[in-house]
Design a protein around this ligand. Structure first.
Ligand code: IPE
Ligand code: IPE
Ligand code: MG
Length: 246
Protein backbone atom coordinates (compact mmCIF):
# COMPACT_ATOMS: atom_id res chain seq x y z
CA UNK A 1 0.00 0.00 0.00
CA UNK A 2 1.29 3.44 -0.90
CA UNK A 3 1.76 5.67 2.14
CA UNK A 4 0.37 8.96 0.86
CA UNK A 5 1.02 10.86 4.08
CA UNK A 6 4.76 11.02 3.37
CA UNK A 7 4.09 12.32 -0.14
CA UNK A 8 2.24 15.39 1.15
CA UNK A 9 3.98 18.77 0.96
CA UNK A 10 3.11 20.24 4.34
CA UNK A 11 3.88 23.75 3.07
CA UNK A 12 1.12 23.60 0.46
CA UNK A 13 -1.79 22.15 2.40
CA UNK A 14 -5.36 23.15 1.64
CA UNK A 15 -6.66 25.24 4.52
CA UNK A 16 -10.16 23.86 4.10
CA UNK A 17 -11.31 20.45 2.89
CA UNK A 18 -15.00 19.70 2.33
CA UNK A 19 -16.36 16.16 1.98
CA UNK A 20 -19.63 14.80 0.63
CA UNK A 21 -19.76 11.59 2.64
CA UNK A 22 -21.69 9.27 0.34
CA UNK A 23 -22.33 5.55 -0.12
CA UNK A 24 -23.30 4.37 3.37
CA UNK A 25 -26.47 2.72 2.12
CA UNK A 26 -24.84 0.90 -0.79
CA UNK A 27 -21.97 -0.21 1.45
CA UNK A 28 -24.51 -1.86 3.76
CA UNK A 29 -26.61 -3.32 0.97
CA UNK A 30 -23.53 -4.95 -0.55
CA UNK A 31 -23.34 -7.10 2.56
CA UNK A 32 -27.08 -7.63 2.94
CA UNK A 33 -27.36 -5.28 5.87
CA UNK A 34 -29.92 -2.52 6.49
CA UNK A 35 -28.89 0.97 5.34
CA UNK A 36 -28.56 2.16 8.93
CA UNK A 37 -25.72 -0.32 9.39
CA UNK A 38 -23.85 1.71 6.80
CA UNK A 39 -24.51 4.97 8.61
CA UNK A 40 -23.23 3.46 11.85
CA UNK A 41 -20.04 2.34 10.15
CA UNK A 42 -19.65 5.75 8.54
CA UNK A 43 -19.02 7.22 11.99
CA UNK A 44 -15.65 5.44 12.15
CA UNK A 45 -14.65 7.16 8.92
CA UNK A 46 -15.67 10.53 10.35
CA UNK A 47 -13.42 9.93 13.35
CA UNK A 48 -10.48 8.73 11.21
CA UNK A 49 -10.71 11.54 8.71
CA UNK A 50 -11.08 14.22 11.38
CA UNK A 51 -7.97 12.91 13.15
CA UNK A 52 -6.08 12.59 9.88
CA UNK A 53 -6.89 16.15 8.88
CA UNK A 54 -5.99 17.58 12.29
CA UNK A 55 -2.74 15.56 12.38
CA UNK A 56 -1.28 17.19 9.29
CA UNK A 57 -2.56 20.70 10.01
CA UNK A 58 -5.78 21.23 8.05
CA UNK A 59 -7.61 24.24 9.53
CA UNK A 60 -11.18 23.48 8.46
CA UNK A 61 -12.88 20.19 7.63
CA UNK A 62 -16.51 20.44 6.52
CA UNK A 63 -18.55 17.23 6.36
CA UNK A 64 -21.91 17.04 4.59
CA UNK A 65 -23.89 14.94 7.03
CA UNK A 66 -27.54 15.68 6.18
CA UNK A 67 -28.99 17.73 3.35
CA UNK A 68 -32.33 19.54 3.31
CA UNK A 69 -33.34 16.96 0.68
CA UNK A 70 -32.54 14.03 2.99
CA UNK A 71 -35.84 14.65 4.87
CA UNK A 72 -37.45 12.95 1.86
CA UNK A 73 -35.98 9.58 2.85
CA UNK A 74 -38.15 6.97 4.56
CA UNK A 75 -39.08 8.20 8.04
CA UNK A 76 -37.31 5.35 9.92
CA UNK A 77 -34.01 6.16 8.18
CA UNK A 78 -34.34 9.88 8.97
CA UNK A 79 -35.08 9.07 12.61
CA UNK A 80 -32.16 6.67 12.80
CA UNK A 81 -29.84 9.31 11.34
CA UNK A 82 -31.00 11.93 13.84
CA UNK A 83 -30.51 9.51 16.76
CA UNK A 84 -27.11 8.49 15.45
CA UNK A 85 -26.11 12.15 15.36
CA UNK A 86 -27.06 12.66 19.00
CA UNK A 87 -25.25 9.49 20.03
CA UNK A 88 -22.14 10.29 17.99
CA UNK A 89 -21.79 13.91 19.10
CA UNK A 90 -22.18 12.92 22.76
CA UNK A 91 -19.67 10.08 22.42
CA UNK A 92 -17.11 11.95 20.35
CA UNK A 93 -16.89 15.17 22.36
CA UNK A 94 -14.10 13.72 24.50
CA UNK A 95 -12.11 12.75 21.38
CA UNK A 96 -12.63 16.26 20.02
CA UNK A 97 -11.29 17.68 23.29
CA UNK A 98 -8.26 15.34 23.22
CA UNK A 99 -7.51 16.35 19.66
CA UNK A 100 -8.14 20.06 20.34
CA UNK A 101 -10.83 20.21 17.63
CA UNK A 102 -13.60 22.79 17.64
CA UNK A 103 -17.04 21.71 16.49
CA UNK A 104 -19.23 23.97 14.37
CA UNK A 105 -22.40 23.43 12.34
CA UNK A 106 -23.89 25.02 9.25
CA UNK A 107 -27.44 24.56 7.99
CA UNK A 108 -31.02 25.24 8.95
CA UNK A 109 -30.34 23.98 12.46
CA UNK A 110 -33.59 25.25 13.99
CA UNK A 111 -35.53 22.61 12.06
CA UNK A 112 -33.57 19.71 13.57
CA UNK A 113 -35.29 17.65 16.28
CA UNK A 114 -34.83 19.15 19.76
CA UNK A 115 -32.63 16.30 20.97
CA UNK A 116 -30.29 16.58 18.00
CA UNK A 117 -30.03 20.34 18.32
CA UNK A 118 -29.37 20.07 22.04
CA UNK A 119 -26.51 17.58 21.58
CA UNK A 120 -25.09 19.74 18.82
CA UNK A 121 -25.23 22.94 20.89
CA UNK A 122 -23.57 21.14 23.79
CA UNK A 123 -20.77 19.83 21.58
CA UNK A 124 -20.22 23.26 20.06
CA UNK A 125 -20.11 24.94 23.46
CA UNK A 126 -17.76 22.44 25.10
CA UNK A 127 -15.27 22.58 22.22
CA UNK A 128 -15.54 26.31 21.48
CA UNK A 129 -12.04 27.21 22.68
CA UNK A 130 -10.21 24.41 20.82
CA UNK A 131 -7.97 25.79 18.12
CA UNK A 132 -6.13 23.03 16.25
CA UNK A 133 -8.87 22.46 13.66
CA UNK A 134 -12.52 23.37 13.11
CA UNK A 135 -14.79 20.47 12.23
CA UNK A 136 -17.89 21.82 10.50
CA UNK A 137 -20.94 19.58 10.23
CA UNK A 138 -23.32 20.53 7.43
CA UNK A 139 -26.66 19.53 8.93
CA UNK A 140 -29.98 20.20 7.29
CA UNK A 141 -27.81 22.17 4.92
CA UNK A 142 -28.26 23.02 1.28
CA UNK A 143 -26.49 25.69 -0.72
CA UNK A 144 -29.71 27.08 -2.18
CA UNK A 145 -31.14 27.44 1.34
CA UNK A 146 -27.95 29.25 2.37
CA UNK A 147 -28.04 31.60 -0.63
CA UNK A 148 -31.74 32.34 -0.11
CA UNK A 149 -31.03 33.17 3.53
CA UNK A 150 -28.25 35.50 2.45
CA UNK A 151 -30.62 37.24 0.02
CA UNK A 152 -33.23 37.70 2.77
CA UNK A 153 -30.70 39.05 5.28
CA UNK A 154 -29.32 41.48 2.71
CA UNK A 155 -32.83 42.66 1.95
CA UNK A 156 -33.45 43.18 5.66
CA UNK A 157 -30.18 45.07 6.12
CA UNK A 158 -31.05 47.20 3.10
CA UNK A 159 -34.19 48.38 4.87
CA UNK A 160 -31.87 49.33 7.77
CA UNK A 161 -29.55 51.38 5.58
CA UNK A 162 -27.19 48.91 3.87
CA UNK A 163 -26.18 50.38 0.52
CA UNK A 164 -26.62 47.42 -1.84
CA UNK A 165 -24.87 49.34 -4.61
CA UNK A 166 -21.70 48.92 -2.55
CA UNK A 167 -22.16 45.18 -2.05
CA UNK A 168 -18.96 43.26 -2.92
CA UNK A 169 -18.17 39.55 -3.01
CA UNK A 170 -16.33 39.97 0.30
CA UNK A 171 -19.35 41.55 1.97
CA UNK A 172 -21.70 39.00 0.41
CA UNK A 173 -19.66 36.15 1.92
CA UNK A 174 -20.36 37.53 5.37
CA UNK A 175 -24.01 36.61 4.81
CA UNK A 176 -23.23 32.94 4.21
CA UNK A 177 -23.23 30.21 6.85
CA UNK A 178 -19.49 29.81 6.25
CA UNK A 179 -18.84 33.43 7.23
CA UNK A 180 -15.25 33.76 8.43
CA UNK A 181 -14.06 30.50 6.87
CA UNK A 182 -11.82 30.24 3.82
CA UNK A 183 -13.38 28.59 0.76
CA UNK A 184 -12.51 24.89 0.45
CA UNK A 185 -9.55 24.38 -1.86
CA UNK A 186 -10.46 20.69 -2.10
CA UNK A 187 -13.88 19.02 -2.32
CA UNK A 188 -14.07 15.24 -2.00
CA UNK A 189 -17.03 13.02 -2.81
CA UNK A 190 -17.03 9.29 -2.10
CA UNK A 191 -19.10 6.47 -3.65
CA UNK A 192 -18.56 7.24 -7.34
CA UNK A 193 -21.35 9.80 -7.72
CA UNK A 194 -20.26 12.74 -9.84
CA UNK A 195 -22.44 15.54 -8.53
CA UNK A 196 -22.54 18.30 -5.96
CA UNK A 197 -26.01 17.65 -4.46
CA UNK A 198 -26.63 21.23 -3.34
CA UNK A 199 -23.42 21.55 -1.32
CA UNK A 200 -21.49 24.83 -0.91
CA UNK A 201 -22.30 26.21 -4.37
CA UNK A 202 -20.80 29.64 -3.78
CA UNK A 203 -17.75 28.43 -1.90
CA UNK A 204 -16.62 25.77 -4.39
CA UNK A 205 -16.42 28.19 -7.33
CA UNK A 206 -12.69 27.41 -7.64
CA UNK A 207 -12.32 24.24 -5.56
CA UNK A 208 -10.44 21.25 -6.89
CA UNK A 209 -12.85 18.32 -7.12
CA UNK A 210 -11.83 14.80 -6.14
CA UNK A 211 -14.08 11.79 -6.68
CA UNK A 212 -13.41 8.29 -5.44
CA UNK A 213 -15.40 5.08 -5.94
CA UNK A 214 -14.85 4.07 -2.32
CA UNK A 215 -17.97 4.07 -0.19
CA UNK A 216 -17.76 6.37 2.82
CA UNK A 217 -17.52 3.59 5.47
CA UNK A 218 -14.37 2.33 3.69
CA UNK A 219 -12.71 5.77 3.57
CA UNK A 220 -9.63 5.89 5.82
CA UNK A 221 -6.80 8.26 6.71
CA UNK A 222 -4.69 7.18 3.76
CA UNK A 223 -7.60 7.90 1.40
CA UNK A 224 -7.74 11.48 2.66
CA UNK A 225 -4.00 11.79 2.21
CA UNK A 226 -4.29 10.39 -1.32
CA UNK A 227 -6.85 13.08 -2.15
CA UNK A 228 -4.52 15.77 -0.78
CA UNK A 229 -1.63 14.45 -2.90
CA UNK A 230 -3.90 14.57 -5.95
CA UNK A 231 -4.83 18.17 -5.06
CA UNK A 232 -1.16 19.10 -4.75
CA UNK A 233 -0.39 17.68 -8.18
CA UNK A 234 -2.84 19.99 -9.90
CA UNK A 235 -2.17 23.37 -11.40
CA UNK A 236 -4.60 25.94 -10.07
CA UNK A 237 -4.70 28.62 -12.72
CA UNK A 238 -7.61 30.82 -11.62
CA UNK A 239 -8.16 31.96 -15.18
CA UNK A 240 -4.52 32.67 -15.94
CA UNK A 241 -2.25 30.65 -18.21
CA UNK A 242 0.39 28.25 -17.00
CA UNK A 243 3.33 30.53 -17.83
CA UNK A 244 1.99 33.28 -15.58
CA UNK A 245 2.09 31.11 -12.49
CA UNK A 246 5.81 30.45 -12.00
C1 IPE B 1 -24.46 9.15 2.78
O1 IPE B 1 -24.75 7.86 2.41
C2 IPE B 1 -25.10 9.54 4.09
C3 IPE B 1 -26.20 10.50 3.99
C4 IPE B 1 -26.62 11.08 2.91
C5 IPE B 1 -26.89 10.82 5.23
P1 IPE B 1 -26.13 7.49 1.69
O2 IPE B 1 -27.13 7.19 2.75
O3 IPE B 1 -26.51 8.53 0.73
O4 IPE B 1 -25.74 6.14 0.94
P2 IPE B 1 -26.13 5.74 -0.53
O5 IPE B 1 -25.72 6.88 -1.41
O6 IPE B 1 -27.60 5.51 -0.55
O7 IPE B 1 -25.34 4.51 -0.80
C1 IPE C 1 -25.61 14.12 -0.36
O1 IPE C 1 -25.77 12.74 -0.45
C2 IPE C 1 -25.93 14.57 1.03
C3 IPE C 1 -25.03 14.08 2.08
C4 IPE C 1 -23.90 13.44 1.90
C5 IPE C 1 -25.45 14.39 3.40
P1 IPE C 1 -27.10 12.11 -1.06
O2 IPE C 1 -26.87 10.64 -1.12
O3 IPE C 1 -28.27 12.56 -0.31
O4 IPE C 1 -27.12 12.77 -2.51
P2 IPE C 1 -27.97 12.40 -3.79
O5 IPE C 1 -29.39 12.49 -3.41
O6 IPE C 1 -27.59 11.02 -4.22
O7 IPE C 1 -27.56 13.41 -4.80
MG1 MG D 1 -26.14 8.87 -1.23
Amino acid sequence: MVDYKEKIDLNRLPRHIAIIMDGNGRWAKKQNQPRVFGHRNGVKSVREVSEAAAEIGIEYLTLYAFSTENWNRPRPEVNALMSLLVETIRKEVSTLMENNIRLKAIGDLGKLPDRTLEALREGIEITQNNDRMTLVLALNYSARWELMEAAKKIHWDATKGLDTEKLTEEIFQNYLATNGMPDPELLIRTSGELRISNFLLWQIAYSELYFTDKFWPDFRKNDLYEAIVSYQNRERRFGKISEQLA
